[in-house]
Ligand binder design. Structure first.
Ligand code: NAD
Length: 398
């Protein structure tokens, strides 16, 4: 595979008459280039539902969290998790869409003065109901809004990926230290029973010396463009699938091997003439080489049939996970000595609330954060190295 460029030139090519032959392509050619890199109000997301009755009042000592960005993940997963975790609750919402914010606030039993806009966000500094902020914005906005939250004196849990560049991640870590407040990256799989069990088994050496790890994190995006889906807009999503879904495969390779790579090689695909991929890659493939000699092959794509798997092949057996990083129903099969065993270490659905509970433990008890900003930075440095490799056509030594 070759890197066919990572710029707006493919979008500009769309304005050619030949490519604007179908209605969708014609509409794309007339659309604005991309969603702007600033916090703006957006319509109701295409998934996520509200609680039928507001959660019970928070218990004494519970940490009030302001949720910034009311998209699918915030409404569908982050807010229900905050509401059900030990010692956290939703204390405020921050949105650029007043109607959406009012609807969400009402469902969570929040008063009107717990609704903030992006313009009034800094006023949370004076709101003692809010101890922490959960950033659930598009990735290109994470660094700025994390800094704003620290400037308001709050702790931060930030969705993955941490940010778009190592420099942005470093800014976030510096802001956390400067404010003396916690920074956690919301890497939910570190709290998910199947991934935790798989990691434990790998530490026990159940498949012998690890030879190969294979991961796939793929789905096919619909007929969208950077103007209507921020995941396709370079300024908000970076290179695309690797930072988003592919980050799970990258993380799995690190925590199942228990190693950091000594070299990486990346290959990117950006099909010409496809409006979905005028700004981001459609597919990224990566090879990681570990000090032990183990090799990981990672595939992530926005243009392949849905697949989410992580397999580890060792000298004495193999471990198969499919789905590996889902919200629910992750599976784990251990194959060795000619027999196959399906392991059921627990309900994958607990990961969200467990993660929020851990954030509370870090704030209240000073527990070391399992997924700190430094881990987010480590991963974005790897992403950066993968893209540098793809651009040069050479492996990058780390
Ligand atoms: P989404 O498009 O559904 O929601 C994004 C929300 O951000 C919008 O609804 C809007 O409220 C707000 N927003 C503010 N400025 C915006 C702008 N310029 N463009 C678009 N939206 C803007 O996205 P999402 O799927 O909820 O993703 C939000 C964050 O959550 C991302 O960082 C993503 O990587 C992360 N996420 C994590 C998981 C996970 O499993 N941990 C899953 C999905 C998303």
């Amino acid at each position: 595979m070759t890197d066919r460029g990572h710029s707006r030139r493919n979008f500009l090519q769309l304005t050619g008459a030949g490519l604007a032959a179908t209605p969708w392509l014609a509409a794309c050619a007339q659309a604005q280039a991309s969603i702007p890199r600033q916090a703006i109000g957006r319509p109701w997301p295409n998934w996520g539902s509200l609680p039928e009755t507001p959660p019970p009042p928070p218990k004494a000592g519970s940490i009030g969290v302001a949720v910034v960005g009311l998209g699918g993940y915030a409404i569908g997963k982050a807010m229900p998790a905050l509401a059900t975790a030990e010692r956290t609750h939703v204390a405020a919402v921050v949105s650029g869409n007043p109607e959406k914010a009012a609807k969400v606030a009402a469902a969570y039993g929040l008063p009107d003065d717990a609704i903030y806009s992006y313009d009034t966000f800094s006023k949370i500094a004076d709101d003692d109901r809010i101890e922490a902020v959960y950033i659930v914005l598009p990735t290109g906005l994470h660094a700025d809004w994390t800094e704003y939250a620290f400037a308001a004196g709050k702790h931060v849990i930030c969705e993955k990926p941490m940010a778009l560049t190592p420099a942005e991640c470093e800014r976030m870590i510096a802001a956390s230290r400067g404010a003396g407040r916690k920074l956690m990256i919301a890497y939910r799989c570190h709290f998910e029973p199947v991934n935790l069990k798989a990691t434990e088994l790998m530490r026990q050496g159940v498949v012998g010396k690890i030879q190969t790890i294979e991961t796939a994190n793929n789905y096919r995006v619909g007929k969208e463009t950077p103007a209507d889906n921020w995941r396709l807009a370079k300024a908000l999503a970076g290179g695309g699938p690797l930072e988003d879904y592919g980050l799970y495969g990258l993380q799995v390779a690190l925590y199942l091997s228990g190693e950091l790579p000594v070299s990486v090689q990346g290959w990117t695909e950006q099909p010409k003439g496809d409006p979905r991929f005028s700004e981001v890659f459609s597919t990224v493939k990566t090879e990681l080489h570990f000090p032990s000699g183990a090799v990981a092959n990672l595939m992530t794509s926005y243009d392949a049939d849905t697949l989410n798997m992580s397999n580890v092949y060792g000298e004495a057996g193999k471990l198969l996970m499919q789905p590996a990083n889902g919200y629910a129903g992750n599976t784990l099969t251990l194959v060795r000595d000619g027999s196959s065993e399906v392991l059921t270490p627990g309900d994958s659905g607990v990961q969200f609330a467990q993660m929020c509970a851990h954030f509370a433990d870090a704030i209240r008890e000073g527990v070391a954060i399992r997924t700190p900003g430094e881990m987010g930075l480590r991963d974005i440095r790897l992403v950066d190295a993968i893209y540098r490799s793809a651009a040069s056509g050479e492996p990058v030594n780390l």
